[in-house]
Design a protein around this ligand. Structure first.
Ligand SMILES: [Zn+2]
Length: 165
């Protein structure tokens, strides 16, 4: 028997479809596995680059996840509900990699009906191509690893200054 699902997938205000809590979820709960095709790093890099090019054109997303030093997971498969979880600058979920599996887990307690989100943690390279439209009060405006926001802000500020000249 399968357990009743903790979530449902429906239209999101943030971006296309989103994943919403179907019941109250306790902090620390492993909500879903981020499933996909296990591929070598080399193949992962190749697909990432290909997808990034496409993403710039049509707002599609990249679903390649780093599993460990050797392998990536390509989550762009129909059975992976994890690909519908949107980015947020103030996320309620976090990614946990454990025993060769990627999990989306509750980073805090989540109320029924809340949209599930995590920090996509994109790096500084090309971050301006990935605007964030989450509704967090502290929305940074771009999908970017929260640890890199200070650096990114400096980059943006210096660009503003030079464009004023
Ligand atoms: Zn945001």
């Amino acid at each position: 028997m399968s357990k009743p699902k903790l979530y449902s997938i429906t239209k999101s205000k943030i971006h296309k479809n989103g994943v919403f809590a179907a019941k109250n979820i306790r902090k620390g709960t492993y909500i879903m596995e981020y499933q996909g095709e296990k591929i070598t790093k080399k193949e992962g890099d190749r697909r990432s680059e290909e997808l990034l090019e496409k993403a710039k054109e049509n707002e599609s997303s990249v679903f390649i996840f780093e599993l460990n030093s050797k392998y990536d997971i390509d989550g762009n498969v129909p059975y992976n509900d994890g690909r519908f979880v949107n980015n947020s600058c103030d996320p309620n979920c976090e990614i946990i990699i454990r025993k060769g599996k990627i999990w989306i887990a509750a980073a805090r307690s989540i109320k029924k009906g809340e949209e599930l989100t995590y920090d996509y943690s994109y790096d500084l390279e090309d971050f301006e191509d990935y605007p964030c439209k989450c509704d967090a009060d502290n929305c940074f405006g771009y999908m970017l690893d929260s640890n890199l926001r200070k650096k990114a802000k400096k980059i943006l500020d210096s660009r503003k200054k030079s464009s004023k000249k």
